[in-house]
Design a binder for this molecule. Structure first.
Ligand SMILES: NC(=O)c1ccc[n+]([C@@H]2O[C@H](COP(=O)([O-])OP(=O)(O)OC[C@H]3O[C@@H](n4cnc5c(N)ncnc54)[C@H](O)[C@@H]3O)[C@@H](O)[C@H]2O)c1
Length: 334
């Protein structure tokens, strides 16, 4: 295989597939095939990119001209589809969350370890320019040692707000924690440069919802720091804020104000958010996957890291269920 122009297949032609397809084009690569169990969805996206449409992912995977696939299907299908893709020798960019169970994540890690292809997981925040700037500032010691991370997210999680499968606990694997909370857990661990080791969580579902719509959690981080997370789907508008508290000052990121650093009560750094930064992030993510596939180096977000995010999210559920804090012990690295 040579990847001057990498041929991608997309499995799952829903909302986020549009951003990936645009990113593939922007990165100078090609959407060659699109698959969706809904034929019209596959055909619509395929037509836009001059690709071939299919309704069975096995047809896409048996095409030897496809170098890699992007899996943008419902959560419970992530692991089985990725396993099929790895077995077919395709490089894989798998949307978050890596899986819906720890066992599935372990199985994927095992398959990825023996495969001679790349498996990357789509925790796209690692490619967002403002987030990279914030991460660089934190690593450069702009606020000193990190003591506390406060994550607050809200988005409408009422039925009708997104495709129906998100409200089916079997297909979605959970509700707002697994879907939205995993972005927050990722950001906490990435910014703090520390894994979550212990979790106290409480989740609740709005009446009539089979998946949780609101949750709060307190995390103990390795190295002694702490973090809190609220992720709510009822009543509030869109909120996506993080405050990182260090022993010299604080850093905040939000979609409106961008990145700000406060030391001694004064704002010392301000990095505004670029309007097109999500498109830029999806394109950078494609570049990373292709580069990893080309050189054999690790992708920026690999299977072990993504499994750690999943494990912390699942620990929110188990802690809530038993009414006590739980330890996140899992490691999936081969
Ligand atoms: N990184 C991000 O910021 C971000 C944003 C949105 C969604 N996501 C993730 O992307 C994934 C998809 O979310 P979405 O909002 O696009 O959902 P969606 O429902 O819009 O798209 C999923 C598509 O998969 C199709 N599908 C179902 N079973 C299939 C199968 N067996 N083979 C092929 N296609 C199948 C569905 O018909 C649907 O069109 C989820 O994992 C979600 O968490 C990530």
């Amino acid at each position: 295989m040579h990847f001057d122009s990498f041929a991608f297949g997309i499995i799952g032609a829903g909302t986020i597939a549009n951003l990936h397809a645009e990113a593939i084009r922007a990165a100078g690569h090609r959407v060659a095939r699109v698959c969706d169990v809904r034929p019209q969805a596959a055909e619509r996206l395929a037509a836009e990119y001059g690709a071939t449409a299919a309704t069975d992912h096995r047809a896409l995977l048996s095409d030897t001209t496809i170098d890699g696939v992007i899996i943008t299907a419902p959560h419970a299908l992530h692991a089985p589809l990725a396993l099929d893709a790895l077995a077919a020798g395709k490089h894989v960019l798998l949307e978050k969350p890596i899986a819906t169970t720890h066992a599935d994540a372990v199985m994927l890690a095992g398959a990825a370890a023996t495969a001679s292809v790349t498996l990357a997981v789509g925790h796209v925040l690692h490619f967002v320019p403002s987030h990279i700037a914030a991460h660089d500032l934190l690593r450069a010691g702009a606020i000193g040692d990190i003591r506390l991370v406060v994550e607050r997210r809200a988005s409408n999680y009422a039925e009708g707000s997104r495709p129906e499968w998100f409200f089916d606990p079997v297909v979605a694997g959970g509700g707002i924690v697994l879907n939205v909370g995993t972005h927050a857990i990722d950001r906490i661990q990435w910014f703090a440069d520390a894994r979550i080791r212990r979790v106290s969580g409480a989740v609740s579902a709005r009446p009539g919802s089979e998946v949780e719509t609101d949750a709060a959690a307190l995390f103990e981080l390795e190295g002694g720091g702490h973090a809190s997370l609220t992720v709510t789907g009822t009543g509030l508008g869109f909120v996506e804020q993080i405050a990182v508290i260090g022993d010299r000052g604080a850093l905040t990121v939000d979609r409106e104000a961008g990145v700000q650093v406060f030391v001694g009560g004064e704002r010392t750094v301000h990095v505004p958010v670029q309007p097109d930064e999500m498109a830029a992030a999806f394109t950078a993510q494609i570049h990373d996957v292709v580069e990893a596939a080309r050189t054999g180096r690790e992708p920026r977000v690999g299977v072990d890291y993504a499994a750690g995010v999943l494990d912390a999210a699942l620990a929110v559920y188990s802690s809530s269920e038993i009414g006590a804090s739980v330890t996140v012990t899992s490691e999936v690295a081969a």
